[in-house]
Design a protein around this ligand. Structure first.
Ligand SMILES: Nc1nc2c(ncn2[C@@H]2O[C@H](COP(=O)(O)OP(=O)(O)OP(=O)(O)O)[C@@H](O)[C@H]2O)c(=O)[nH]1
Ligand SMILES: [Mg+2]
Length: 287
């Protein structure tokens, strides 16, 4: 991975704010969140600046959102810094009500799509550090502190949780994705953009606001995941990867394997056009 001067890291603020305790709705699957969780949560009206913002896109994730938020709250407690949870929601189910009941900031993206949701959430995020991840319990947000620690220890701009270098639990990733789709798409991106990522489709990432400005993503669909990393490679950001455990999803998948896989391929080829010998890179990658 290429290296450059580390991006700015502001010192961590203290955790002296107490927000309104959560009032989970009746349809929340989990137990009530302990009041102490709120000691480090910056809600929508909080005057405290969060150190970290966790941005979660949601499209009908009422089965997973509470579990994810509780894991984030546990991570904030462990990190000992004020944090906010931004849920970029396009749901028609109880997801936004559950998120609000925990004190999350809920935004309503104007456009549909995974990328559009993240763009909306990132625009709202106030923390110097931003974390991103799904609301379907596949990523374990209690692993967040180890990504943040790696960022601080190495002055990284971006830390990626790698499933392919970590543990993929049974039932969490279709065989086609685990052994063909994700490795091939990862290899393709690395070949075209001279990078060395181990899992370009991991959606569990932590980065600085400065790194976000340099990656400058703008796509609205699932190709957003590739676009961010192409931006990171081009900007020669300092990227670190850390093995994570990938868990089975709750709720219905929103990903369309072939349609979304093709969006990534098409996006990569369009981006690479004119900047590199596309055919040469691809032949080299799969020789
Ligand atoms: N707001 C919003 N969120 C979305 C949209 N599409 C997907 N999401 C959310 O983005 C996250 C990633 O979508 P997933 O369906 O989990 O896609 P995936 O992780 O590639 O696929 P799985 O492996 O099946 O989980 C989830 O939290 C979704 O709810 C959308 O159009 N709008
Ligand atoms: Mg998912």
């Amino acid at each position: 991975m290429s290296r450059r001067q580390p991006a700015r890291h502001q010192s961590e603020t203290t955790t002296d704010t107490l927000e309104t305790p959560p009032q989970p709705t009746a349809d929340t699957q989990s137990e009530s969140a302990p009041a102490q969780d709120q000691a480090t949560l910056c809600g929508p009206d909080s005057a405290t600046d969060p150190t970290i913002s966790v941005v979660i896109p949601t499209l009908n994730e009422q089965e997973g959102i509470a579990i994810c938020i509780e894991a984030v709250l546990s991570a904030f407690r462990e990190l000992g810094v004020p944090g906010e949870i931004v849920v970029a929601d396009s749901s028609t189910d109880a997801t936004p009500d559950i998120a609000r009941s925990y004190g999350a900031v809920v935004t309503e993206p104007e456009r549909n799509g995974y990328g559009a949701a993240y763009l909306d959430g990132f625009a709202t995020a106030r923390g110097d550090i931003i974390a991103m991840g799904d609301a379907d319990t596949t990523y374990d947000f209690t692993e967040l502190p180890k990504l943040v620690s790696r960022m601080h220890e190495t002055n990284a701009d971006l830390v990626i949780g790698s499933r392919l270098d970590g543990q993929i639990l049974p039932g969490s990733m279709p065989t086609l994705h685990q052994y063909i789709g994700n490795p091939l798409l990862t290899k393709m991106l690395n070949s075209l953009f001279g990078s060395d990522f181990s899992d370009t489709h991991s959606g569990f990432r932590v980065f600085t606001q400065d790194a976000l400005a340099e990656m400058d993503p703008s796509t609205t669909g699932m190709e957003f995941a590739s676009e961010m990393l192409i931006g990171a490679a081009r900007a020669e950001l300092h990227v670190e990867e850390i093995p994570i455990t990938y868990h089975p999803r709750v709720g219905e998948a929103k990903l369309d394997s072939f349609k979304d896989g093709w969006r990534h391929v098409r996006y990569m080829l369009e981006e690479a056009r004119g900047t590199t010998s596309v055919m040469g890179s691809l032949v080299g990658a799969f020789r």
